[in-house]
Design a protein around this ligand. Structure first.
Ligand SMILES: CC/C=C\C/C=C\C[C@@H](O)/C=C/C=C/C=C\[C@@H](O)CCCC(=O)O
Ligand SMILES: [Zn+2]
Length: 600
């Protein structure tokens, strides 16, 4: 029997009878056709090995399957692809003539429009010499680049042979094997079992620079030095993380700084964080995202949400852990400013959800009929982390940390449902104390929409000042309270976010002349300034917004900026104009979101 007592509505897999335990890929990358082709060998294990299973059901989407064979014997196996379902794609059913066959090999190729893949033309890279490919499997996109049981509740080890044209170096979320660069053949292997969404590949003109003997940075050559400087604290972050929650179990931690179209700040692919170049502020002020991705090596990659309804177990724990690493490295005040910025974002986003907040502002979410991405917001991240801050405050850090260590150790390399987590917590942390459970509003935090009134709101003297400065400036145009030399990124963000909805143009002009926001190299500050400029139709700053939208594709920035441009009747045409030019450079994940906002 499998320890599988939950239903994942986002997989076709017949996981109660049979599960994949290893994925072995042999793939060629064709950058001209924008197609990956080759084979995917799956190792199977059965709930009841004597009984086996008559067939295995797998997830595919936009894949063309040409044949399925039994490796070793070469015997062809019958298969059929079901009807295409808009959310899940097509079920691939492979008949198992021998009910406990241990391996099947699927020959297939991908579609140029596969949702997990972004194929970049050379012009979209820094050197403009070579094309680039990057994958993003989370949440249910892995099935668009290899057939699998695409559920976070099914864990696999994996290996891969990747065949590439000259000039291209592939890297994966795995250890390097024996490469043959002269033949364009590269090998990878990950011996630790992970959910398929963490199998990741990037390929292009990529170079490496070590940071320590277990950390390093990959990037396009022109970006490498800057990236390695920005992320110089990676080793220190690892030490801090291990000091908090125990051994790092993935051997190495490298990162790749991808071309700017990567749609997320970071993605926690094991051994190899994928990162956006928008983190390269030049002053290491945005490296909390790296702490976040590292924290996923425990919360998410070691103990994984069993279904996408349990996503907050990945993200809420990771934001909590991220802030603890930030506190260790950069101090409590910085970590608390991050919490305050996150709380503001959380309230704002819940308000923006409108009626949808009834569904999507819960930690545990019923995703029936939804692509998990529909429900993506700061709720699992910030509400999740703030729930843990409530627990930490009540039980004290010592007890709470001991609980978390036990949680990670007990469930290492396993999947976790919300119900199972709550039961574990009731026993281990609350020790059955029902009164405390009620007092802390545990069920309200997890199962109800919105933010319970016992959220812990840190005090910040720095933010008292930025708020006072925003008030003084917006009321009188007085710039004296702005500490241009002394403020750090978090203070600039809080200042900009604290400005009222409407600020007159003369004041905005004065502000930009004084602070030079339109030319800042800090993506977060530019984004916050862009939001102020758009809602006030402050035209002198709109070219900076346009430039920002044209040169990077991080959805966290694109979505609110395009939404604000679209919502403002005076900038709606501009939103269409920019999107028409920029769209082809964005990742399919980003265009799927922005297509619903900007109608071109
Ligand atoms: C309740 C929602 C359930 C599941 C959603 C799961 C995945 C959504 C999918 O689109 C993938 C998301 C990947 C996110 C990766 C990194 C984020 O932490 C980045 C956050 C925004 C940023 O910093 O750019
Ligand atoms: Zn995360």
């Amino acid at each position: 029997m499998f320890a599988y007592s939950f239903k994942d509505i986002h997989t076709y897999g017949n996981v109660e009878q049979v599960q994949t335990s290893h994925v072995s890929l042999d793939l060629s990358l064709d950058f001209d056709k924008k197609v990956i082709s080759g084979s995917c060998e799956l190792t199977l294990k059965y709930a009841d090995p004597k009984k086996g299973a008559a067939h295995i059901d797998l997830d595919t989407r936009m894949l063309t399957v040409t044949k399925v064979v039994e490796p070793g014997t070469g015997r062809t196996l019958k298969f059929d692809l079901g009807e295409n379902e808009s959310l899940l794609g097509r079920r691939l059913r492979v008949k198992l003539p021998n009910p406990n066959i241990t391996k099947i090999e699927i020959h297939y190729h991908t579609d140029p429009a596969a949702g997990a893949l972004q194929w970049l033309e050379p012009r979209m890279t820094t050197s403009k010499k070579h094309p680039f490919l990057l994958t993003q499997g989370q949440a249910i996109l892995s099935r668009t680049w290899f057939p699998c049981m695409d559920s976070p509740g099914v864990r696999v080890t994996y290996d891969a042979v990747i065949r590439v044209p000259k000039g291209i170096t592939p890297i994966m979320s795995a250890a390097h094997g024996k490469h043959e660069p002269e033949k364009g053949i590269y090998r990878f292997e990950l011996k630790r079992a992970i959910p398929p969404y963490l199998i990741a590949l990037a390929a292009g003109e990529i170079e490496f620079k070590a940071i320590s003997d277990r950390c390093g940075v990959y990037a396009e050559p022109a970006v490498l030095e800057k990236a390695a400087w920005e992320f110089a604290d990676m080793e220190k972050m690892m030490k801090a993380a291990e000091g908090l929650y125990g051994e790092y179990r993935w051997e190495r931690w490298d990162t790749i700084v991808l071309p700017p179209s990567f749609p997320f700040g970071g993605m926690e692919n094991p051994m190899l964080t994928f990162a956006t170049p928008t983190l390269l502020a030049g002053d290491r002020s945005l490296v909390n995202v790296m702490a976040h991705e590292l924290a996923h090596s425990w919360s998410g990659n070691l103990v994984t949400n069993a279904t996408w309804s349990d996503f907050w177990l990945n993200e809420g724990f990771t934001v909590y852990f991220e802030r603890r690493i930030v506190e260790e490295l950069y101090g409590k005040e910085t970590a608390q400013m991050h919490t305050l910025l996150g709380q503001r974002e959380l309230h704002h986003e819940i308000a923006e959800m409108g009626a949808k907040n009834k569904e999507f502002a819960k930690l545990f979410q019923d995703l029936s009929g939804h692509d998990p991405d529909d429900a993506f917001s700061s709720v699992p991240y910030e509400k999740g982390a703030n729930f843990l801050f409530v627990l930490e405050k009540y039980f004290g850090r010592r007890a709470f940390d001991a609980f978390l260590i036990k949680y990670f150790d007990t469930h290492a390399f396993q999947s976790m449902t919300t119900a199972k987590f709550l039961a574990f917590m009731k026993k281990e942390l609350f020790q059955g104390n029902e009164t405390a459970w009620k007092e802390l509003k545990v069920d309200e935090w997890v199962y109800q929409a919105g933010v319970p009134d016992n959220m812990v709101i840190p005090k910040s003297e720095k933010f008292d000042k930025t708020r006072a400065a925003a008030k003084a400036f917006s009321e009188t145009g007085n710039l004296d309270f702005i500490d241009k030399k002394g403020w750090v990124t978090e203070e600039w963000l809080d200042f900009l976010n604290s400005l009222p909805e409407k600020v007159d143009h003369a004041k905005l002009k004065k502000l930009d002349e004084h602070c030079n926001f339109s030319n800042t190299g800090n993506s977060e500050v530019l984004f916050a300034w862009g939001m102020v400029a758009i809602r006030n139709t402050y035209k002198p700053a709109l070219p900076a917004v346009e430039h920002f939208l044209m040169r990077q594709g991080r959805r966290k920035f694109l979505k609110p900026l395009y939404q604000a441009l679209w919502d403002n009747p005076k900038t709606r045409d501009l939103s269409k104009e920019i999107y028409a030019k920029a769209r082809s450079g964005y990742h399919p994940i980003a265009t799927a979101t922005i297509d619903d906002i900007v109608k071109i």
